[in-house]
Design a protein around this ligand. Structure first.
Ligand SMILES: *[C@@H]1O[C@H](CO)[C@@H](O)[C@H](O)[C@H]1NC(C)=O
Ligand SMILES: *[C@@H]1O[C@H](CO)[C@@H](O)[C@H](O)[C@H]1NC(C)=O
Ligand SMILES: *[C@@H]1O[C@H](CO)[C@@H](O)[C@H](O)[C@H]1NC(C)=O
Length: 419
């Protein structure tokens, strides 16, 4: 009897596992790689997936002082059994930040002489970023060759300085907008509005050849790379050693770039009419290094064998005394996460049922989204394009946030266009 009544369950579980398997395979095939990954290549990035352990420790610390609060709240307390960390977060609204870097504005008569060397006082005055980590995550071994960056800005340009340790500096691509990522290269990604649309990718090799493009959307959302976008940057590379000479041991190469804000803001929201960042403005960014294994063959280097990221850190512009400030947090961060989490829940619902829904209770939303403590209100409207989610941030001095089924996220008027 017991066996009989369990068999539909067993079949459901098997079908479920098979569906999960197929889902994993499809997910694997659709993952955001530009190029099929081949052996003997490595890629490092500044900001990557954090080790799960850090998260767990932070979560346990948080639990110590908030579970009584969660218990007092009727809407949230029923989530305590299911997921105490999420229930707690619904009261504390403590949504973890990714890694960050504060960019200080140039002061007085500070100048950056674009010669590829990072010797200007303006560079010496500011801290390096962390060293890059393996693109597969923090639990993978630290890259053998260090990479780190610094940034400054003035009213027209974002300045980026990078240092890449490298015993064998080589570079083959010589054409602007050519396949620069097929060389050992340094890449920057900027999403100036944290909007997921029209973010910028600039890649440079040791010859100083640049490929710049605008991604209409992330690769996972079948975004397209628009090669015609031009960053109009000024850049210079310095090689400490000798380029394309396997008979000499090199030490490093450094890069200096000045990228105009006017091009970095392009296409990220029509009414976003700005050509210079305001104090505390925060962008999503990441920095990557593609590294190919090469063999030394006589007078040239030969390649034995790149990848993309959908991981972002945050950079913040500050017009303040160097080192006198920290990264400033904002209610916008919680609202942005509430939008992204609702987006994911709607897409997950769609994957199972083939449709979207405007009924929040049917979605697997983390409780901070609807606890009323972290955002004032969140609403879902269904429309011809799929859905339109609107969030009212806490505090009342921020504009409403929105996200649509195509992943476009913005704060401001309901009918914003990104071109
Ligand atoms: C700011 O901090 C960095 C890193 O600690 C240090 O190297 C730099 O000298 C400091 N700058 C100033 C102006 O104090
Ligand atoms: C955008 O900026 C230009 C030039 O500064 C100005 O003329 C125009 O009115 C602005 N548009 C909006 C929508 O703010
Ligand atoms: C660079 O190009 C040369 C000439 O085509 C080729 O022989 C060499 O293998 C290339 N180097 C790498 C590392 O791909």
């Amino acid at each position: 009897m017991a066996v009989k009544s369990q068999s539909p369950l067993v079949i459901t579980v098997i079908v479920g596992l098979l569906a999960l398997g197929v889902g994993l395979v499809i997910g694997y095939l659709l993952r955001p790689f530009k190029e099929p990954p081949a052996p003997h290549t490595s890629a490092d990035q500044l900001w990557g997936i954090e080790a799960a352990d850090d998260d767990k420790i932070a979560a346990l610390d948080m639990l110590k002082d908030c579970s009584h609060l969660a218990r007092e709240n009727a809407v949230i307390s029923k989530h305590l059994l299911e997921n105490d960390v999420e229930a707690c977060r619904a009261v504390t609204c403590d949504i973890p930040y990714p890694r960050t870097y504060v960019i200080y504005k140039l002061r007085g008569n500070d100048v950056i002489d674009l010669d590829g060397r990072l010797e200007d006082k303006a560079w010496k005055d500011v801290a390096w970023s962390d060293s890059f980590i393996d693109i597969q995550g923090r639990e993978f071994p630290e890259p053998r060759l260090k990479t780190k960056v610094k940034m400054r800005y003035d009213y027209r340009f974002l300045y980026i300085g990078a240092l890449l340790e490298e015993p064998d500096v080589w570079s083959n691509v010589t054409l602007h907008d050519g396949p620069v990522y097929q060389d050992n290269s340094f890449q920057i990604l900027f999403d100036s509005r944290q909007s997921n649309v029209n973010y910028k990718e600039i890649t440079i090799n040791a010859r100083g050849i640049v490929a710049d493009l605008m991604m209409t959307k992330p690769y996972v959302d079948s975004g397209e790379p628009l090669q015609f976008w031009e960053s109009d940057l000024v850049s210079e590379v310095y090689v400490h050693g000798s380029l394309n000479n396997p008979n000499s041991e090199d030490e490093y190469w450094t890069i200096e770039m000045a990228v105009p804000f006017s091009t970095l803001y392009q296409g990220s929201g029509a009414s976003m009419n700005r050509s210079t960042p305001i104090h505390d403005e925060t962008w999503r960014a990441n920095f990557l290094r593609a590294q190919w294994s090469v063999k030394k063959r006589g007078t040239h280097y030969e390649k034995e064998k790149n990848s993309g990221t959908d991981w972002w850190g945050l950079i913040q512009f500050q017009d303040a005394e160097i080192n006198s400030t920290h990264f400033m947090t904002s209610e916008k961060w919680v609202a942005t996460n509430a939008l992204l989490d609702t987006y994911s829940a709607l897409q997950a619902f769609h994957a199972v049922t083939g449709r979207y829904t405007d009924r929040k209770e049917l979605l697997h939303l983390p409780p901070y989204v609807f606890s009323g403590k972290c955002v004032d209100d969140i609403s879902i409207k269904l429309d011809w394009s799929g859905f339109h989610v609107t969030v009212k941030p806490k505090g009342g001095n921020l504009e409403d946030g929105h996200i649509k089924a195509d992943h476009f996220l913005w704060f401001g008027k309901e009918d914003m266009q990104y071109f």
